[in-house]
Design a protein around this ligand. Structure first.
Ligand code: ZN
Length: 275
């Protein structure tokens, strides 16, 4: 599933190409996407001729702010993709929506093989409410003291689950939680509240380092992820533990990476480097 760095990469590409552009047409092709529109959803026709004022990320969600108080909320979930491409490029049965614009030849397509993702028409005020009630703070926007406070408030959670819980901290998923914990030298099953100040500081530093590095390398492509231009990311080459069960640890060069289920999710770690 695309996590914060992948979604941020898509958002930056879309913002550069589409901010200030006016929507020519928005079309849904798939009944499942239309069924998922809430009763209060503005009709796609209302978006015609409206300017895209901003495109931003919150957690793993993408928010389009559109003229006249309109918005679009997109979650890529497992296999969703937002791709800018030529209208001439043939589209397949997994393309569920399309948007065209004035002043730019490319169109935007929402493609999703497994159909867990969503693209929802909403009024902007409803988006803020929905998003803010379901998500904790942004990991790259919070300071250390707030981070430490949250470790203690949700101290009875295992640190792996703590990092994955979107209500505690937004945007981190399975890949980055494992890589963050490895760099911090902390076992995934440690209780969040058991970290002393030095360990908490290490985790905070590691979280910021890993997320920033992953954004700079345009995310990790492990399954379907591609950016808005259809290119893969490069951070998968930097993975130290995720998906590496049975391989010799690249830091200690002695232990073998193990995998353990924590809170129903696979967690990869080095038993020697992580305490
Ligand atoms: Zn190791």
């Amino acid at each position: 599933m695309p996590e914060l760095p992948e979604v941020e990469t898509v958002v930056r590409d879309l913002r550069a190409a589409l901010r200030g552009k006016k929507i020519k047409e928005m079309v849904f092709f798939s009944p499942h996407l239309e069924r998922r529109q809430p009763a209060s959803a503005p009709a796609p026709d209302r978006y015609r001729g409206k300017k895209i004022e901003e495109i931003r990320r919150r957690g793993k969600m993408i928010i389009f702010e559109i003229e006249g108080g309109l918005g679009l909320l997109v979650h890529l979930k497992m296999t969703g993709q937002l791709i800018l491409c030529s209208p001439a490029r043939p589209s397949d049965k997994h393309t569920h929506a399309r948007m065209s614009f004035y002043g730019i030849r490319k169109e935007l397509r929402f493609r999703d093989v497994r159909k867990f993702g969503f693209l929802t028409c909403l009024n902007l005020c409803d988006i803020s409410q929905k998003v803010d009630s379901s998500l904790g703070p942004e990991p790259l926007a919070m300071n250390f003291s707030d981070f430490r406070k949250r470790l203690l408030v949700y101290g009875k959670k295992k640190i792996k689950s703590w990092l994955l819980e979107q209500k505690i901290i937004a945007g981190i998923g399975n890949i980055y939680s494992d890589e963050i914990l490895f760099r911090a030298g902390l076992r995934p099953e440690r209780m969040a509240g058991s970290l002393d100040k030095t360990e908490a500081r290490r985790l905070w530093n590691s979280m910021r380092f890993i997320l920033k590095k992953a954004i700079s390398l345009r995310g990790s492509s492990v399954s379907d992820y591609v950016d808005a231009t259809g290119e893969t990311g490069r951070f998968q080459l930097e993975h130290r533990v995720y998906g590496k069960e049975g391989e010799v640890c690249r830091r200690c060069r002695q232990s073998v990476i193990e995998r353990k289920k924590i809170g129903g999710r696979s967690s990869y770690f080095c038993p020697a480097c992580q305490k």
